[in-house]
Design a protein around this ligand. Structure first.
Ligand SMILES: Cc1cc2nc3c(=O)[nH]c(=O)nc-3n(C[C@H](O)[C@H](O)[C@H](O)COP(=O)(O)OP(=O)(O)OC[C@H]3O[C@@H](n4cnc5c(N)ncnc54)[C@H](O)[C@@H]3O)c2cc1C
Length: 306
């Protein structure tokens, strides 16, 4: 109930204006978002690279509705990749991209062109792109765009969401040699017709998908903070004789940082998803929806500022 309400609010421009004008927001946002500019993205990349973490950087923004916004997003990524290369950070950092930020909802061809430009810039600087997955109405479009991008840039990563009923099939399709696949639970409010609704069903689906990816010839990217699923992934990696370099764990910036370090110290590859930019509102709301305690943190900050 609470999760659905927060996710509904994430699409409300009225609530967005309200949250953005509350002075506390900056403190709450800082926990999950690196900052507003490319400099912030670089600073956090360096901080995380110190103890051996890798990052995937996301320039915030989604559901773009004009060609100008889509160009601005693409240019933001090109600036970021140039800055990463100049700072010699591309060995530690790749980028994550939402096709809706590149114009997918109103001009698929434009989004393809921008996606191609970002992938080309990433390849030229020796790094990769992963296409974030958004709500289920865009899944087919995003997987089709992925296939087109992979024709030129085979290292382009995909994201599959365990809460969708279709995902086991998608895992089989994408478990091909060299295929980089991020498996996560899924962060959007989806109807029962397409998505498992209970946590137990989502977890079971996650494990079925994990088995397919870990036993296949691709490169699994296990994106979860769930201690049970992390333990199962460690177990499956041993079972399928995957070396620590043959898969990676991924977590979000600001979520379970001590666990991120524990896994690195245990010899695993760990990549942190680091968002930055001014359009943090829908991203923040999804993080609040994932954990009611985050909402309490938000409300406490609100009260203490008054
Ligand atoms: C690297 C990465 C990339 C992602 N990309 C996508 C994507 O492209 N599309 C998409 O739909 N979703 C994406 N997600 C989000 C994902 O789908 C989940 O919504 C999110 O990871 C929470 O699920 P969980 O597996 O951590 O399990 P949960 O059951 O949600 O959480 C398990 C435990 O982790 C901790 N935790 C989880 N979330 C939070 C939080 N926000 N704040 C504080 N503690 C928390 C808590 O201790 C919680 O008990 C991504 C997640 C990661 C880590």
């Amino acid at each position: 109930m609470l999760r659905s309400a927060i996710l509904a609010a994430s699409r409300s421009s009225l609530v967005e204006r309200l949250v953005e004008t509350v002075p506390l927001s900056r403190d709450v946002v800082r926990r999950f978002v690196a900052g507003t500019g490319t400099d912030d993205a670089l600073r956090v990349t360096r901080e995380l690279a110190g103890p051996g973490l890798k990052v995937t950087l996301a320039h915030l923004g989604e559901d773009t509705s004009t060609p100008e916004q889509a160009v601005a997003t693409k240019d933001g990524y090109l600036r970021l990749l140039k800055a990463l290369a100049e700072a010699d950070l591309t060995a530690s950092a790749e980028v994550s991209l939402k096709l809706s930020a590149l114009g997918q909802r109103f001009d698929e061809k434009l989004a393809d062109e921008h996606g191609h430009a970002v992938c080309a810039a990433a390849a030229a600087t020796g790094t990769t792109v992963t296409l974030d997955m958004e709500d289920h109405q865009t899944t087919d479009q995003t997987l089709d765009a992925l296939a087109r991008l992979r024709a030129d840039f085979p290292a382009t990563g995909a994201v599959l969401q365990a809460y969708l009923r279709r995902t086991e099939g998608d895992c089989r399709e994408l478990a091909t040699p060299g295929s980089r696949v991020r498996l996560c639970k899924g962060a959007y409010a989806e109807p029962e017709s397409v998505a498992f609704q209970s946590a137990v069903e989502v977890d079971k689906s996650f494990v079925r998908c994990l088995n397919i990816l870990m036993s296949g010839p691709g490169y699994p990217m296990v994106a979860t903070h769930d201690p049970r699923l992390i333990a199962i992934a460690e177990d499956r990696a041993k079972w399928f004789r995957r070396a620590p370099g043959d898969f990676e764990f991924q977590m979000l910036y600001g979520v379970r940082p001590e666990e991120q370090l524990r896994l690195v110290q245990a010899g695993y590859q760990v990549r942190v998803y680091v968002p930055y930019g001014t359009q943090w509102y829908p991203y923040l709301m999804r993080r609040l929806a994932e954990r009611p305690a985050n909402l309490a943190f938000f409300v406490r900050a609100l009260i203490s500022k008054r």
